[in-house]
Write a protein that binds this ligand. Structure first.
Ligand SMILES: Cc1ncc(COP(=O)(O)O)c(C=O)c1O
Length: 289
């Protein structure tokens, strides 16, 4: 079955799906996006993704292409048309197509594209047992990382460095040594006293949906939480480290830049959080490992 994409009101075969070459997404990366998970045919944390998309659009004064309710209907249609039960939905909105000129064009219709593809979350369940490695990378991004912008070149470069180092992820490290987040994931450590620490929600990081879900679950399970900056040195000294995202819900980190974290195996606090997270996934979607 060939994949179908939604482009500005129409479902078309992916190979035929196109946008205008003067689309501001193509010309200026003038757009935003979301990635949401479908498990067992149901969306995970969908209201949070819709809310973040709305916020990203408002921050850039891009008109919403449709209401939240309509967006949800189209999302379901795209998943169903592609027969996806376990998979990922991509939503991308740009300011639209207009003669190339930096300032916002007048009266442009935003471009809305949605695609979906299968994704096997069991791969993540397996990685939870082995753990993954990260490397560090200089923080080279702009200062509005809270906007889920499609301008991802620094993230692409960081992830490529990780791939070349055979690591799963690259952590961005500021000039003062602070770890902000990963190239497509939020960064966490577990201090030796059991407190979990992640960078505060601010303009310096993307407010990950999974980050929010995990914070709530940690509090529910009486795990001490601190939203505070930590350095790469703090991470090396931590009992455990892990990362979160929609596509990698809660993965233990066993090495950073080739240095072992803790005893070099996935730690108990991360395992407990991952358990809580998969239970939450099951509660929302009925999906079971
Ligand atoms: C830079 C960055 N940080 C964090 C995340 C995790 O966000 P979420 O949990 O919403 O997937 C992403 C996801 O794409 C990201 O690109």
């Amino acid at each position: 079955m060939s994949r179908l994409a939604y482009v500005n009101g129409r479902l078309v075969p992916l190979a035929d799906a196109t946008v205008h070459i003067e689309d501001r997404g193509f010309q200026f990366a003038d757009g935003v996006y979301e990635v949401a998970a479908s498990l067992n045919g149901r969306m995970l944390d969908w209201p949070q993704h819709v809310a973040r998309l709305g916020r990203s659009l408002r921050e850039l004064s891009i008109a919403a292409p449709m209401s939240d309710a309509a967006l949800s209907i189209v999302a379901r249609r795209v998943l169903a048309a592609n027969r996806i039960r376990d998979g990922l939905l991509y939503v991308q909105v740009t300011r639209g197509a207009a003669r190339r000129d930096h300032p916002f064009p007048a009266n442009t219709t935003p471009t809305l594209v949605m695609t979906a593809r299968p994704f096997d979350f069991r791969v993540r369940v397996a990685q939870q047992k082995t753990g993954i490695s990260v490397i560090t990378h200089p923080e080279i991004r702009w200062q509005r990382r809270d906007i889920k912008s499609i301008a991802l070149l620094p993230n692409v470069l960081a992830k490529q460095s990780a791939r070349e180092a055979k690591a799963f992820e690259a952590w961005f490290v500021d000039a003062d040594g602070t770890v902000t987040e990963g190239s497509s994931t939020n960064a966490w450590i577990v201090r030796k006293d059991g407190t979990i620490v992640t960078y505060p929600a601010s303009e310096n990081i993307l407010h990950g949906v999974m980050r929010g879900t995990l914070l709530a679950l940690a509090r529910e399970h009486q795990i001490r939480v601190e939203e505070a900056p930590f350095t790469a040195a703090d991470a090396l000294d931590a009992a455990e480290a892990f990362l979160t995202s929609t596509t990698a819900p809660c993965l233990p980190i066993v090495s950073i830049d080739g240095n072992r974290i803790g005893d070099g195996t996935p730690g108990p606090v991360t395992a407990r959080l991952a358990e809580a997270l998969w239970s939450e996934v099951e509660r929302q979607t009925g999906w079971r490992r």
